[in-house]
Ligand binder design. Structure first.
Ligand code: GLN
Length: 195
């Protein structure tokens, strides 16, 4: 399996590093032709407006939409915003392929970034039942999910921070910034049709 990582802006290098650690081939995607031989795609955290504008500039919007309509795609933080059908109060280029409504910067400014432990049954393994340490950096909230969307993780107050719709995965936080590779392994199982 080869996983593409959208490498226009943001923390794509961290995703590639974890994929290498897990033993999956990763390629950087910057142009439509880079998507020719990938089985799944990760859209990293960063700045969703920048990722959107660069995707328009590099002619990636239509190829990405087409890819996401049938193949596995995971967006972390800005990547989750880019996948969403709507971002409340913001007009920016988005793929709009996933039936979630997000609120950008829902927790406030950079100084309001935080880390917390979340219980996420979907990604637990027999060897590792521990909570996931989740890093939120000017993170979005998943405000609403459509009927075909499964909620994978919420904060203690019930606000949604991870969701899946079939072959699409969205997390408000950054599994690529911790040493914990369970989310990447979950996405790889998802991409292989094993979960
Ligand atoms: N605040 C960024 C945005 O709205 C997302 C931040 C991140 O990816 N860590 O696009």
């Amino acid at each position: 399996m080869t996983i593409g990582v959208l490498a226009l802006q943001g923390d794509f290098a961290e995703h590639i590093q974890i994929l290498a650690h897990v033993g999956v081939r990763a390629v950087e995607v910057r142009l439509p032709r880079d998507m020719a031989n990938i089985d799944a795609l990760i859209i990293p955290g960063g700045e969703s407006t920048t990722i959107g504008k660069l995707s328009v500039a590099f002619g990636l919007m239509a190829p990405l939409c087409q890819f996401a309509s049938e193949k596995p795609v995971w967006g972390t933080c800005a990547g989750a915003i880019f996948l969403a059908k709507e971002s409340t109060g913001h007009d920016q280029p988005m793929l709009q392929v996933m039936d979630i409504v997000v609120q950008r910067n829902a927790f406030g400014r950079q100084v309001d970034s935080f880390e917390t432990d979340l219980d996420i049954p979907a990604v637990k393994t027999p060897e590792n039942q521990h909570p996931v340490h989740a890093v939120f950096i000017r993170a979005p909230l998943i405000e609403r999910v459509g009927k075909d969307v499964e909620v994978l993780a919420s904060l203690p107050d019930g606000r949604i921070v991870a969701a899946r719709q079939g072959h699409l995965l969205a997390t408000s936080f950054h599994p690529e910034l911790t040493g914990d590779d369970r989310f990447h392994r979950y996405f790889i199982r998802m991409a292989a049709g094993l979960t």
